[in-house]
Design a protein around this ligand. Structure first.
Ligand code: FES
Length: 56
């Protein structure tokens, strides 16, 4: 599934970035060499990142 339409970033890319330490959509996108644009994807991207975060 595509998370970010502007950059064609897939959910799997965001999950991988989150596991590698990205804590927000902007840093997740930067890790795959992209930049956030319209921001419409942020709520979903945040959800994906949060779901990869270990529960403490
Ligand atoms: S859909 Fe991600 S920045 Fe536009």
């Amino acid at each position: 599934m595509i998370v970010c339409v502007c950059n064609a970033i897939r959910e799997a890319d965001v999950r991988q970035a989150a596991r590698n330490g990205a804590s927000c959509p902007a840093s997740a996108y930067a890790s795959v060499g992209r930049r956030a644009r319209c921001g419409q994807c942020f709520p979903f991207a945040r959800q994906v990142i949060a779901s990869e975060r270990p529960t403490a």
